[in-house]
Design a protein around this ligand. Structure first.
Ligand code: NZQ
Ligand code: ZN
Length: 388
């Protein structure tokens, strides 16, 4: 296991009714930007529940944060927040609303010309100030509720870029499993696949003498395989919903990445598919992930075979046979949730995609992705072409 330093400052309030703890966790006299999406929280009662707890505060509402939140939308919130002297942001929604809140939080005190610079120049980590954030998560998937990362799309350039900063970890996140019952089935399937892919990205590299992380990761895989279909079948079952929610948080709160190599190339390529074609985040991962493992097979087969044995119970055959079978099991699992795994099933205009992505990565100097930089631009092209 490699050396590491790990701190996660987010307080989790998990369970039914925890929204009632809101005011215990927001400073008195705060001016709150109440940020949310396209209105699902007004239909499922979360808006009323949250507002009922905020009567003593000055609350500025900001709605309309879209899936794959846009820089342009966030900047309107930044202007509003500066004018209203907002000093706390409450994000109520899925990963998109939470990610937008993180960008808004770090952009408000930003003193440079344009906060987008932080994403292009990768300088978010050097910022000294951000407005504190709290969240009420309504869609288990991204782990954004307990991490310091955010992904923002810029409409004008069709780019989707991420940033990270210790300043944008939520101060608290409320995880009430009751939110799951109003989710459309496709969002539940997306959530399972996104969380599953987060674990894949932090596990499917090479053996690194870190059995505790391996066991954590394999436990999350098995939990998602077991409860994903149950939540899809019955989202009102709060026991499955709660386990689903916590599994998604644990998949990307940094814990399982400590001391081990990580990959993240599936996400980097997947973000381009969302930027180019608007495909849902998790669906891009279902398209790319399995093909990345096929192309990088020789580097990853030891871990693939371990995953085959411990997660899928495939105990016979050679390392190569087990590793191959595990990739097929993963594809079947994604498909069993109702998600398509080929790019051509989402868009008819896919033929140039590999060259476009190769070109974009080259311009950004992203020439060596994955653990130890093993995924070169040629490999990226091969992975994307195999995903058509
Ligand atoms: O906008 P509203 O009306 O709220 O509807 C949303 C949205 O249409 C709806 N929804 C959310 N909760 C609901 C609900 N509908 C009914 N009942 C509820 N309880 O679901 C739709 C999708 O929401 P969104 O927030 O976009 O989904 P998700 O949580 O999957 O977030 C995706 C975004 O997160 C980024 C992705 O790139 C993408 O932009 N990611 C963020 C990460 C992070 N911060 O660490 C890591 C991830 O890998 C990912 O990249
Ligand atoms: Zn993801």
């Amino acid at each position: 296991m490699n050396s590491f330093e790990y701190r996660n400052p987010t307080k989790i309030l998990f369970g039914k009714g925890k929204i009632q703890k809101l005011k215990d966790n927001i400073p008195a006299n705060a001016t709150i930007l109440f940020a949310y999406g396209g209105g699902s929280i007004k239909k499922n009662g979360i808006y009323e529940q949250a507002m009922a707890e905020l009567k003593e505060y000055k609350v500025i509402e900001f709605s309309g944060i879209e899936a794959n939140p846009r820089y342009e939308t966030c900047m309107r919130a930044v202007e509003l927040s500066r004018a209203e002297k907002v000093d706390f942001i409450l994000a109520v929604g899925g990963g998109s609303v939470l990610d937008a809140a993180k960008f808004i939080a770090i952009a408000i005190p930003y003193e440079g010309a344009d906060p987008w610079e932080m994403l292009v120049n990768r300088t978010a980590g050097q910022q000294k100030k951000a407005i504190p954030i709290g969240t009420i998560l309504t869609l288990p998937a991204t782990g954004s509720e307990m991490n310091g990362s955010s992904v923002i799309s810029r409409e004008s350039t069709r780019e989707k870029l991420s940033f990270g900063s210790p300043l944008v970890y939520p101060a608290f996140s409320i995880l009430d499993p009751q939110v799951v019952k109003s989710l459309p089935k496709i969002q539940i399937a997306n959530g399972v696949i996104d969380a599953y892919s987060h674990v894949l990205e932090q596990y499917m590299t090479y053996p690194s003498d870190a059995p505790i992380q391996d066991n954590f990761a394999e436990g999350i895989f098995r939990t998602l395989i077991e409860i994903g279909p149950k939540v899809l079948e019955n989202p009102a079952d709060e026991i499955s919903a709660g386990n689903f929610m916590w599994a998604c948080t644990m998949a990307l709160n940094g814990l399982i990445a400590q001391g081990v190599p990580t990959d993240w190339a599936t996400h980097m390529i997947g973000h381009e598919l969302t930027a180019l074609y608007g495909i849902d985040h998790a669906q891009t991962l279902a398209i790319i992930g399995p093909n990345l493992y096929r192309v990088m097979f020789s580097n990853k087969k030891q871990k693939l075979a371990q995953y085959a044995e411990r997660v899928w119970g495939i105990t016979t055959g050679t390392v190569d046979e087990k590793a191959t079978a595990a990739i097929e099991k993963t594809v079947s699992f994604f498909q069993s949730l109702g998600v398509k795994t080929r790019l051509s099933e989402y868009t008819g205009q896919y033929q140039e995609t590999a060259s476009i992505i190769q070109d974009r990565f080259s311009k950004r100097n992203w020439k060596a992705l994955g653990e130890n930089g093993i995924i070169t631009l040629d490999k990226v092209k091969e992975i994307v072409e195999m995903s058509y």
